[in-house]
Design a protein around this ligand. Structure first.
Ligand SMILES: C[S@@+](CC[C@H](N)C(=O)[O-])C[C@H]1O[C@@H](n2cnc3c(N)ncnc32)[C@H](O)[C@@H]1O
Length: 168
């Protein structure tokens, strides 16, 4: 795994809003993006990171002792996340949806949408300019995925997307 570069970390953090009160990072690894997210958040905001790999989670906790790192699977987000973190305003994800089976992608997104504000969004990067979420999964969730920025200086250049529920 090659950690994301700082240009991409900034592009992801730039998508957070001043009034985001509760933000969750999925797949932080050893924290290539985490530092920029913490910097961007207001002093009152709550932040936690969910990492599947125990070794990465331990490294992340040592690197950022002030943040709560939850070791576990994003599919279990509802159970992992303390009630004080719900509802979530924004989820920042580095999960490799393009390489996942469609069923896994669907399960993760379902878990995220269950804990997220109806107006919340998932901020996601991908190395291809097309949506990393299969159209069928988006349709099943009543969601849409829009490309919002590009981190050209990242190696390779990376595209940032926002995934949110479609307005009814
Ligand atoms: C592509 S790496 C991104 C690491 C870092 N955020 C970066 O941008 O360099 C994806 C990370 O997601 C974690 N991951 C994969 N599947 C996961 C899951 N189901 N739940 C939580 N974390 C997961 C991996 O262990 C890995 O650390």
């Amino acid at each position: 795994m090659v950690p994301s570069g700082d240009d991409l970390a900034r592009a992801m953090a730039d998508r957070l809003h001043d009034d985001d009160q509760c933000v969750v990072e999925l797949g932080p690894g050893t924290g290539a993006i985490t530092g920029r997210l913490i910097e961007r958040l207001g002093p009152e905001a709550r932040f936690t990171a969910v990492e599947l790999n125990e070794r990465f989670a331990k490294t992340l906790s040592e690197r950022y002792p002030a943040i709560e790192v939850l070791t576990g699977d994003a599919r279990q987000l509802g159970e992992l996340l303390p009630e004080a973190f719900k509802p979530v305003d924004a989820v920042v994800s580095s999960l490799g949806f393009l390489a996942m089976p469609e069923s896994l992608c669907r399960e993760i997104l379902e878990a995220v949408f269950l804990v997220m504000n109806p107006q919340g969004r998932i901020i996601q990067f991908s190395y291809t300019p097309r949506s990393p979420i299969p159209q069928r999964v988006l349709e099943g969730l009543g969601a849409e995925c829009k490309r919002v920025s590009t981190a050209w200086k990242n190696l390779p250049p990376a595209f940032v997307f926002e995934i949110r529920r479609k307005p009814r």
